[in-house]
Structures are given as C-alpha cells and as structure tokens.
Design a protein around this ligand. Structure first.
Ligand code: IMP
Ligand code: MG
Length: 189
C-alpha cells in the first residue's frame, strides 16, 4: 500500500475558510446546529466550526454502513443518536465524503423527521462518479476522482485518520479488487 498526496493541508485549510464565509453569508441571523457524522468528519468539523463566525452548536451522530472494505452495502443504521433536539433549528450536516450517497440520503430522511427549520449538507469531498442515490450537497470542499482516499479524518480499517493531507491509498492491484479483503467489523463511517 502506498500513499499519494491528493490535497495538501494548505489547500484544505484555504478551502474551509471559504466554505465558512459562504455559510455565514447564506444563513439568516441566528445559530447554526452542526451535526458531525462520526467518525470520518471529526477533523473537518473542528476546522469548519472555527471558520464559521456565528453562534454554533455541535452535535454528533454515529452512522454505520455495513459493507465490505471500501464500499458500503446500502444498509445504514444509526449507532449514536443526537443528544439534543434539533426541532426548529437550522441544521448543517457535516460529512467527510459523499460516495454512493446512500448514507446521506438515509440521514436526510432521519433528520427531516426531527422537524428542523432547515437541513443542508456540507461535505469536504465529493466523488460524483460513484453516486447511486441523488443527494443535494450545498457545500462541497473538493470534487475528487473515483479513488479511495484517507487522511484528514478519513480511514482505511481505522488507520490514517490523523494525516494532515488527504491522500490516495494505492495498493497497486486496483482498489475495487481490494473490496474482497477482510472488512473492518461494522464500519463506523
Ligand atoms: P456513501 O454512503 O457510499 O456515500 O459513503 C459514505 C461513507 O463511506 C463516507 O462517510 C465515508 O466514511 C466512507 N467512504 C466513502 N469513500 C471513502 C474513501 O474514499 N475513503 C474513506 N472513506 C470513504
Ligand atoms: Mg463518513
């Protein structure tokens, strides 16, 4: 396995400042409730929250997609729910990456049932080529090609989350083949 830098720490930080400014400009006055999707989005959340000037509240949600290795099966489940109600709130889901769109389309459905004032999505990365379910992502950091990436919160088998850059994880044999390898049990996206 080898790592190749796709997005540098500098590129990521510059883009997040732009996203924060755009979010501040788009929303009417008032607080914003950030819902961080564990585990992959924890690093993005920390930087995005600090790039937003208005009052924010932070909530965490655990989602598990049971799939093999590097792709999700389409079966999604909430493993950790919100601690506080978001009824009447402006909610911004903070996600690391949109791949098939299965996780986020499920999550939008779940959060709409909590009767927030609004729900939008901010994702650091988007792999549009892989989409199976349509999802509207209001704030995208970077569109990336169909390659498996790690770092800046994203993992492979729980490794590499602490890398400062986003890197492509290459195994030299073609990543889809690697999907048949042993998956991390009950992947925490
Ligand atoms: P989706 O439901 O297929 O859109 O996948 C969503 C989740 O799969 C993301 O939140 C990630 O946790 C994980 N995922 C998708 N692509 C990658 C990747 O390239 N690297 C690491 N995790 C990924
Ligand atoms: Mg995730």
């Amino acid at each position: 396995m080898s790592l190749r830098v796709l997005l540098t720490e500098n590129q990521i930080q510059t883009r997040i400042k732009e996203l924060g400014a755009q979010i501040d400009a788009d929303y009417p006055a008032g607080a914003l409730h950030l819902v961080c999707i564990l585990k992959g989005a924890y690093v993005f959340l920390a930087d995005l929250a600090r790039a937003i000037q208005r009052e924010t509240f932070v909530e965490f949600m655990g989602i598990s997609s049971y799939g093999k290795g590097k792709s999700s099966s389409g079966e999604v489940k909430v493993t950790k729910d919100l601690d506080n109600s978001v009824e009447g709130a402006n909610v911004l889901i903070v996600e690391d990456i949109v791949d098939s769109g299965v996780t986020l389309s499920y999550l939008m459905h779940v959060l709409h049932q909590r009767r927030p004032r609004s729900v939008r999505i901010a994702a650091l990365l988007d792999k549009p080529e892989r989409r199976l379910r349509p999802v509207e992502v209001s704030y995208v950091g970077f569109k990336i090609p169909d390659e498996f990436v790690v770092g800046y919160g994203l993992d492979y088998a729980e490794k590499y989350r602490n890398l400062r850059d986003v890197c492509v994880l290459d195994n030299g044999a073609g990543l889809r083949e690697a999907d048949t390898g042993p998956p991390p049990a009950g992947k925490n996206a």
